[in-house]
Design a binder for this molecule. Structure first.
Ligand code: ZN
Length: 81
């Protein structure tokens, strides 16, 4: 799991209609985030790769770092496996 740098004020995630799916709160400047992979999504090629156990580009949801790991904004490992 990759920890992304704290959001800057002009980051595209900072919008009224975008919320963290884990806590239902909007993203704010200074918050760290990560991407949680969901799966291959509707892409048939990606689905086939997934069935074969091969790497594919997963559909992923952005969530707060704290919501995904339990670590607060500035804590935690920079790279978690
Ligand atoms: Zn959250």
């Amino acid at each position: 799991m990759r920890k992304f740098n704290p959001l800057k004020a002009d980051h595209p995630l900072i919008q009224d209609n975008i919320i963290c799916q884990a806590c239902s709160k909007p993203f704010k400047e200074g918050e760290s985030t990560t991407l949680v992979p969901l799966g291959p999504g509707a892409d048939l090629e990606a689905q086939e790769q997934a069935r074969k156990g091969r790497a594919y580009n997963a559909v992923a949801l952005p969530v707060h770092w704290a919501c995904a790991t339990g670590y607060q904004n500035c804590e935690g490992l920079d790279e978690m496996e």
